[in-house]
Ligand binder design. Structure first.
Ligand code: SAM
Length: 215
């Protein structure tokens, strides 16, 4: 089994997140996919939780005379198998790709948008992955993100305390990353919007936003 394969995590992911999907994440996934058109990469697509929202975006793009070409990338073969099933069941003709954010198997300027949903917490070398995101986006292309980030105060202290155990249970996910600062600090991306929202403790708060790839 490859180091990034987590069969148990992949198997429990959808049931474990079903309530949060319905009550917290749904509007954020609509935000991530709203008005998308052209070629889009779902970075760390997991089980394909964003797939139904890509379908809605594709249908809207087609009504406008355009289209949406979706690539679902994940290093975990168990996640990819589920994402493939999700796309098939939803009638989305997506390309499912094995790969890591740190070395994306695509040429420069290939995508109109890259979407990251709850992935920045897990990617081991996030700076390398952001370099790659900036590289594969066309100039002016959008990096849309939804991430849980380190909290202030008491919750932040709890996150620091439980992070080592949480990381082992949740396949490499970290509770204590300041992803807004990381994204704002990246040279290749110009963060235009960031909003804070409630999350699902201990994975809270959420930030969502859009960055533009610099030329
Ligand atoms: C918490 S899950 C989120 C999945 C999905 N985006 C969602 O919104 O439900 C994190 C995902 O990141 C993937 N991942 C782990 N390391 C990665 C890397 N280096 N590059 C890209 N994805 C990675 C994991 O396999 C997992 O599917």
């Amino acid at each position: 089994m490859a180091a990034h394969d987590h069969p148990l995590f992949a198997a429990v992911y959808d049931p474990a997140t079903a309530l949060a999907e319905a009550t917290v994440f749904a509007p954020h996934r609509r935000y991530l996919t709203n008005d998308l058109e052209g070629r889009v990469l779902d970075l760390g697509a997991g089980t394909g939780a964003t797939v139904p929202y890509f379908v809605a975006a594709r249908d809207a793009a087609r009504r406008r005379g355009g289209d949406l070409d979706v690539h679902l990338l994940d290093p975990d073969s168990h996640m990819r198998a589920r994402a493939r099933d999700a796309a098939r069941d939803a009638g989305l003709d997506a390309t499912v790709v094995g790969g890591r954010g740190e070395s994306l198997p695509y040429p420069d300027d290939h995508f109109d948008a890259v979407v990251s949903a709850l992935v920045g917490c897990t990617i081991p070398d996030l700076d390398a992955a952001l370099d790659e995101v900036a590289r594969v986006l066309r100039p002016g292309g959008q990096f849309r993100f939804l991430e849980h980030v380190a909290a202030d105060g008491a919750l932040g202290r709890v996150q620091s305390l439980v992070d080592p155990a949480w990381t082992r249970l949740a396949a490499g996910c970290h509770l204590d990353r300041d992803l807004e600062a990381t994204y704002r600090g990246h040279d290749g991306l110009d963060v235009r919007t960031v909003e804070r929202h409630r999350g699902v403790p201990p994975a809270a708060p959420l930030v969502r936003g859009v960055a533009i790839a610099r030329a």
